[in-house]
Design a protein around this ligand. Structure first.
Ligand code: PMV
Length: 332
């Protein structure tokens, strides 16, 4: 069976050269058609293709430099992490794929500018920024598709964070996953807004990896997910081409609810919602009944991400206190 090291190794020179330091930025992204389920757990190959929108300047900045302490150091938002901590471990084993058995202690310094209060996952932007920074640090000069493949092996959704704007992560067919990567969709939608509704920022009880596994292993309902995702992907592409906001919003919300249905049908049940999540959903549905075109999507957590057009921003800020608004295509 192929390992991550086999894949990365194909693109490395025999002797790595490296500079003094390198840094890179990658945006966070929100999926409108979700990635839920792996067909290969080692390489993070998905059961279905997904589609997201990147959050412009909101994401992760990662810097890599040689460590003078003789051992690896991992910083997150200015804080040094113990190397046995889960995120630090993932970072170090990802870096190991590149430096292999070469003794090269490094400092990996990641700063997220995602509003921490918004409860947005940072693994997508984090692994994309780390991949881009490693590419620069070791002067690998890799193509974007290869960078997307590598980022995907850190965290599935990171494959989409290599690009800005709307991005499809094509599931691919190959066993080595070289055809499973992000592809940018050339659509600019200036008045498209995302509103982050904060319900809870606590650590989630079940991470995405375990959640996907539990759903596949125990939920019969999961059987209907791949077809639903494929259908939604087509609808989203059509809505993007015609800039049909309501079709886009309705498809994204339906897709998120379908994913959550498979989670809820797992055993033990996987319910990421809090009572406040349901209250926020009901408010969205009431607003829609009253004629306001607002939709939501949700990931493996209790927070809602509202989708709306800029002309409704003031109204929605009044309805959802503390709403954090992101305009992925705003200029400047
Ligand atoms: O990339 P991961 O392993 O954190 O999984 C992300 C899963 C969802 O956020 C629920 C869906 C998605 O497509 O981002």
């Amino acid at each position: 069976m192929l390992t991550k090291a086999d894949i990365v190794g194909r693109y490395l020179p025999n002797h790595l050269v490296f500079g003094e330091q390198a840094e890179a930025f990658a945006p966070s992204n929100i999926a409108l058609c979700k990635y839920w389920g792996k067909r290969d757990k080692v390489l993070n190959l998905p059961v279905n293709s997904s589609l997201s929108v990147s959050l412009a300047h909101l994401g992760s900045h990662t810097q890599i430099r040689p460590s003078s302490s003789g051992k690896d150091e991992v910083f997150l938002n200015g804080k040094s992490l113990p190397l046995e901590q889960a995120f630090a471990k993932k970072v170090v084993s990802f870096v190991d794929l590149f430096r292999r058995d070469q003794m090269l202690p490094l400092v990996v310094d990641t700063r997220n500018n995602i509003p921490t209060a918004a409860g947005l996952a940072s693994s997508a932007s984090g692994f994309a920024a780390l991949t881009l920074a490693l590419n620069r640090f070791f002067s690998l000069d890799l193509e974007d598709t290869v960078l997307s493949v590598f980022a995907r092996m850190g965290s599935g959704s990171a494959s989409r964070s290599i690009y800005s704007g709307f991005v499809e992560w094509q599931m691919g067919q190959q066993a080595d996953g070289m055809d499973s990567h992000g592809v940018p969709i050339p659509v600019c939608w200036p008045d498209f807004c995302i509103g982050l509704v904060k319900v809870s920022t606590g650590q989630k009880a079940v991470d995405s990896r375990s959640g996907m596994k539990r759903t596949i292993d125990t939920a019969h309902l999961y059987g209907s997910w791949p077809a639903q995702a494929a259908e939604d992907l087509e609808k989203l592409h059509a809505a993007l081409q015609s800039q049909d906001f309501e079709a886009l919003g309705a498809t994204a919300e339906h897709n998120a609810m379908s994913m959550h249905a498979t989670m809820i049908a797992s055993w033990p049940p996987l319910v990421y919602w809090k009572p406040e999540s349901l209250m926020a959903m009901q408010k969205v549905w009431q607003l829609r009944e009253a004629g306001v075109p607002v939709y939501f999507t949700m990931d493996a957590g209790p927070n809602l991400k509202l989708l709306f057009q800029q002309k409704h921003q003031a109204l929605l800020e009044a309805e959802f206190s503390g709403l954090e608004v992101v305009t992925p295509f705003a200029v400047g």
